[in-house]
Write a protein that binds this ligand. Sequence first.
Ligand code: BG6
Length: 478
Amino acid sequence: SESSCLSIVVLGASGDLAKKKTFPALFHLFQQGFLQSGEVHIFGYARSKISDEGLRERIRGYLKGASDEHVSEFLQLVTYVSGSYDSGEGFELLNNAISEHETSKNNTAGSSRRLFYLALPPSVYPSVCKMIRSYCMNPSSHAGWTRVIVEKPFGKDLDSAKELSAQLGQLFNEKQLYRIDHYLGKELVQNLLVLRFANRLFLPLWNRDNIDNVQIVFREDIGTEGRGGYFDQYGIIRDIIQNHLLQVFCLVAMEKPVSLKPEHIRDEKVKVLQSVIPIKHDEVVLGQYDGYKDDSTVPDDSNTPTFASLVLRVHNERWDGVPFILKAGKALNSRKAEIRVQFKDSPGDIFKCKTQGRNELVIRLQPSESMYMKLTVKKPGLEMATEQSELDLSYGLRYREVKIPEAYERLILDTIRGDQQHFVRRDELKAAWEIFTPLLHDIDDGKVKSLPYTPGTRGPPEADELSKRMGYMQTYGY
Ligand code: BG6
């Protein structure tokens, strides 16, 4: 039918992100019936001079868990256009290919839907967006749409981010731009609003009177293998904390939105970000793992942190005095991302059980999605003794039949549907950079040093000391 013709263009089609994330996500959407053979076409675009088959072969190995037949059916929807990122020729070819597809689907009224996914380094965003704007827009001004997905890093600090935003803002309006942060596509991140605002249990407890401290932690057990060149320019704060962990922080700390409308949710995120006070140097621990500089693309005197633990403080009625510890590191002892909300001790304790630990709500984003609440219980048996145990919701057990979707899958579907809730708005991005830019500049100027740590450990011991100083009481299982 006229309105259902959809063209998806993956720019940077032969690159890593496209192969590992974008195409597999498109494939999963296809498998689940969200992309119909009759209406969708996928265009790969990149500089390499390869054929349609050449691209298909590159992608095939990443499409797992399906029959060859299904994979081939999907790959038939994919064709390739080769061209540069800054000249009109390639984009004219691309536009011709898209128009041809639309015509073949009788989409003559021009109500085409065109989705551009920039799986590219941000340095080429401005020129690529200019080309899309000049050559590849949906020709109709009243039907269909053109949408563009961009990936972080959106700049390196406040000024460069503002400049990039201004450049893209001249070409596309906010409704057309989808700034992806794939953490917003994770199941347990999406559950945060429900957990907080649909459960009476948490509503009265979620504040400074009851919560002692919050930790949001990302660990990876691999280093920067193969990405040293990129990573050294950015470091762990720009790579993980300023975006992924900060988005999680927003959902944990923000006020209740007026409704579930994307703008209402994003308004609250901006508000809480604006309430964060400047980060203090003595509440920051940076680390760099031994061996990081062995990478030939990393300079010998690099101070770039591969680990950071830092404290955010929210200046408002709900959170005054509660430290939010955001911690991320590469080459650590495990791969894990979780939120830990630690409650205060119960007053007037008659069980003398304080040393066993506090109530703590743990939300594990990955791996093995789960939520558990640590409680003190009577140790089963004849004696009146207490111990810590937990109320445990492990998704693998409780939702055995459900396949949890990949983050990219969900976010691409949101883009097709025009739902911007899980994408970063321009003012949100600015507020995020405002928080981190002073610290990042001090790190770049060598005013805050990265401490060495051994790969495969918890990071510099100073980080655990910082958490302890912030009131975190380490208990079992951590
Ligand atoms: C990316 C970072 O945004 O997120 C990588 O650039 C990191 O350095 C990755 O490895 C982690 O994503 P996930 O989904 O595996 O936690």
